[in-house]
Design a protein. Structure first.
Length: 83
């Protein structure tokens, strides 16, 4: 499975998946497609925005290729668990 296929497959994963898995997918996707997070950190009261920002920021310095590989591996793992 390549990155594009994994991104399509991720759309069919259940919304009942734990938030930490959704955030991990989000962070890896953003790292693979945009690169390092250089946006301003949201305020703590902006809970959802802050969680997404933190998830993306924890992958800072990861190459696009490594982020794509990690994203594909995570989607494959989640597809097995939530199939």
């Amino acid at each position: 499975m390549n990155f594009t296929e994994a991104a399509e497959k991720a759309k069919s994963l259940p919304s009942s998946m734990p938030d930490e898995k959704k955030l991990e997918l989000y962070g890896l996707y953003k790292q693979a497609t945009v690169g390092d997070n250089t946006t301003d950190q949201p305020w703590m009261v902006q809970v959802e925005a802050r969680a997404k920002w933190d998830s993306w920021a924890k992958h800072k310095g990861m190459s696009k290729d490594d982020a794509e590989k990690a994203y594909v591996a995570l989607v494959e793992e989640l597809a097995k668990v939530y199939a």
